[in-house]
Ligand binder design. Structure first.
Ligand code: SF4
Ligand code: URA
Length: 263
């Protein structure tokens, strides 16, 4: 037999032994050399089961660690939830008594905001209108109904987001007459600047993942720009380190439904 024939036979033998190992056999006693090979297999098997044992222990340890972390987080969550609600309530008490700007003199109700204190998405509108001023809640008129539909089209529920305005009191063309319909006007830059710390505080408390400004007023105030909303909308910027997306105000969509597609 020449060398290459030997090698062939040895290769075949090796394959046969491998298969034998795969059947789960530990020992194959043929002659001394073979026994050595198979006992190597035995060592390998030991090594494999040691590895399995080690990784099982590692997984167990990781699971235990995860459980520990979860248990740690639960009470923290509970405390946090108490805090954000409480903090928003405390802020509300300040806002309803605020007279820092002229709007405070004539409003019927200060409108602080509504929704989930832990919302991921926060909408910021312009300011309360006639109906909001009467009921003390944001976005409850026709524009509000449309906003609710937009939120639902995004796959959320109104209660799971947070809705606020850049000013908390009703800006009126004729402030002497809050009972007059069609008396709404946009807030001035000065009114927005005076009121903005309340919104900043709300953002700090809620800590949303994204802020959506509705319309030119809140977008311009937060981004400190005079640009038109049609050029600002649809582009992410940042406010207080949070991604901010400006879009059209729902009232603009009621006037011009063609803009709905962009929103
Ligand atoms: Fe105060 Fe804002 Fe109302 Fe002005 S609009 S009175 S700053 S809460
Ligand atoms: N428009 C706004 O900008 N905010 C409201 O709360 C209602 C209408």
């Amino acid at each position: 037999m020449n060398q290459s024939e030997y090698i062939k036979i040895l290769r075949l033998a090796r394959t046969a032994i491998e298969e034998y190992k795969n059947w789960g056999e530990d020992e194959l006693v043929l002659d001394k050399t073979m026994q050595v090979k198979v006992s190597v297999a035995k060592e390998e098997k030991k090594e494999i089961s040691k590895n399995i044992e080690q990784s099982e222990q590692k997984i167990k340890k990781q699971k235990k660690e995860q459980m520990k972390q979860q248990l740690k987080q639960e009470p923290v969550k509970a405390i946090q939830s108490k805090n954000a609600e409480q903090k928003l309530e405390d802020l509300k008490k300040i806002i309803v008594n605020c007279k820092k700007c002229e709007l405070g003199k004539y409003r019927l109700n200060a409108v602080c905001g509504s929704g989930d204190p832990y919302a991921n998405i926060m909408f910021v509108g312009e300011g309360p209108g006639f109906q909001e001023d009467h009921e003390g809640k944001p976005f409850i008129g026709r524009a509000g109904d449309l906003l609710t539909k937009i939120i639902e089209a995004m796959g959320y529920k109104r209660e799971t987001v947070y809705i606020a305005n850049i000013v908390k009191c009703h800006p009126m063309k004729n402030p002497e007459n809050p009972e007059l319909k069609g008396n709404d006007r946009p807030p001035t830059m000065e009114e927005m600047q005076i009121c903005q710390p309340y919104l900043d505080e709300q953002i700090k408390i809620i800590s949303p993942k994204v802020i959506i400004t509705l319309g030119a007023s809140s977008t311009r105030a937060l981004l400190k720009t005079d640009d038109v909303i049609s050029s600002l909308r649809g582009k992410f910027t940042e406010y207080m380190g949070i991604p901010l997306m400006p879009t059209y105000h729902p009232a603009a969509l009621l006037r011009n439904p063609k803009l709905k597609k962009d929103v």
